[in-house]
Design a protein around this ligand. Structure first.
Ligand code: SF4
Length: 126
């Protein structure tokens, strides 16, 4: 049902979200007071996604109204040892050990992790 707060039908919102995930349209905020990633966590995960999609999430973080706060919280989490893993957070990419991935080398990191995952998958199948 449409209300003053909801001017898009659910189907249109789902289509928009899918286009955002695919990087076809920019990611926009749908919830007031929340980050651009709210409700779209899949777009900030690194598994099964390309460096191009990671860059799209990073670009969205850079436009996020909560970036400063998010960066402080992420830095605190990293300092405690429970920071993000294999995801984009606060405009940075974090590997599976929680270390920063050099943004100039995202494509190289993608190629290396894809190759190592392919090797481990083939070992399990053998
Ligand atoms: S800056 Fe933080 S809250 Fe904003 S989109 Fe990025 S991860 Fe989400």
């Amino acid at each position: 049902m449409f209300t003053a707060e909801c001017d898009l039908c659910p189907t249109l919102r789902a289509v928009r979200r899918e286009l955002e995930v695919r990087g076809v349209v920019p990611i926009v905020s749908t919830e007031k007071g929340k980050g651009l990633c709210a409700g779209k966590a899949k777009s900030w995960e690194m598994d099964d996604r390309s460096a191009k999609e990671w860059r799209s999430a990073i670009t969205s973080c850079e436009a996020c109204p909560l970036l400063t706060q998010c960066r402080a919280e992420t830095d605190s989490a990293v300092a405690r040892g429970d920071g993000p893993r294999r995801m984009i957070a606060a405009g940075n990419a974090y590997d599976n050990l929680g270390a920063l991935v050099d943004q100039d080398r995202l494509e190289l990191y993608e190629a290396l992790t894809r190759a190592s995952r392919a090797r481990s998958t083939s070992r399990v199948a053998a």
